[in-house]
Design a protein around this ligand. Structure first.
Ligand code: PBG
Length: 329
């Protein structure tokens, strides 16, 4: 009698056995591409900390959106790089129907692609202090911020945004935004709640990209974003956002927080998204550049691991590259 009787390796022997027993598969349908939009025409500005990522003017964004759609990506997420003179303490520009992000939405929608558009609802691209809300006595004022976020969500919806994604972590904003959208007859606009968003140092390159890093200075967002030490609290946050009307929920950052993705998926069974954030992208790129990692393989592995953890979709700056690699497979 041979020993051991149970040989796990039998199922791993051939490519075909591995394909048969494979539990999860990454597909282009699972990816959302976050794109930075800037003013100008034919303007493309690299983000130094994120090799391969550039801020695009609206005309180039439309071309990129067409490419994304042709590759089969279901949706893109737009992030505006707002000119410093448009920024203010209360971020009023966020509520202007002609702000950069609204013009970008309209331009992409005019191209009539089968491509969803997702936009952040938060004030940090528009405030001169870099916080996600308005300040009162040096603190981010929850309820005053919500009033502005509701207006911001409505101008985005009016411009044609399909999914508004509050990423600000104010208490009660999902319910207030839902009510504001419904009141203005935007009941078909979805809400993706950045439900469990942590106060993470992995957002560094993003803040460089949108020009919020120096404004924020040493001040952190710990008074509204979650403590990385906490897991149970994430479930309470997510439960609240679902009760307030979120259509989908997100966990952010991604890889260091896969335990939260799994717990959220198991507990709520909601469409659950995860964000492979700027710092995660930068880490992989830097390691690949240094010759320490294989970029293509580590990228696809990391994205597959999101799926295994329970994510239905993943926001990644490498969505275009990943889609091309998946096409080849
Ligand atoms: C803004 C926002 C941030 C990210 C998405 N929306 C940064 C922050 O909260 O400071 C981070 C994305 C990334 O790092 O890729 N509310």
């Amino acid at each position: 009698m041979g020993y051991p009787r149970v040989r796990m390796r039998r199922n791993r022997r051939h490519p075909w056995t591995r394909r048969l027993v494979g539990e999860h598969r990454l597909g282009v349908d699972d990816l959302i591409w976050p794109v930075f939009v800037q003013e100008g025409t034919k303007a493309r500005t690299e983000v130094p900390s994120m090799p391969g990522v550039a801020r695009l003017s609206i005309d180039l964004l439309v071309q990129a959106a067409r490419e994304a759609s042709e590759l089969g990506l279901p949706a893109i997420a737009l992030f505006p790089v707002v000119d410093p003179e448009q920024k203010s303490p209360n971020g009023e520009e966020a509520t202007s129907p002609d702000n950069l992000v609204c013009r970008a939405i309209r331009a992409v929608k005019e191209a009539k692609l089968d491509l969803g558009i997702l936009c952040d609802v938060a004030l940090d691209p528009f405030t001169d202090h870099g916080h996600d809300g308005v300040l009162h006595n040096g603190e981010v004022d929850n309820d005053a911020t919500i009033a502005v976020l509701c207006q911001q969500a409505c101008v985005q919806a009016a411009a044609g945004c399909d999914i508004v994604a509050p990423s600000d972590m104010m208490d009660g904003r999902v319910g207030a935004i839902r009510e504001a959208l419904d009141e203005k007859n935007f009941s078909s606009v979805s809400i993706l709640a950045y439900a469990a968003k942590y106060a993470s140092a992995f957002y560094g390159p993003f803040r460089d990209a949108i020009g919020a890093a120096s404004n924020l200075g040493a001040g952190g967002k710990q008074s509204y974003q979650m403590d990385p030490a906490n897991g149970d609290e994430a479930l309470r946050e997510i439960a609240l956002d679902i009760a307030e009307g979120a259509d989908m929920i997100m966990v952010k950052p991604g890889l260091p927080y896969l335990d939260i993705v799994r717990r959220a998926k198991d507990r709520f069974g909601m469409p659950t998204f995860a964000y492979q954030v700027s710092g995660e992208y930068a880490m992989l790129k830097a390691a690949a550049k240094a010759g320490a990692l294989d970029w293509e393989r580590t990228l696809l592995e990391s994205l597959l691991c999101f799926k295994r953890a329970g994510a239905d979709a993943i926001l990644t700056y490498a969505a275009i590259e990943a889609a091309r690699l998946l096409e080849k497979e």
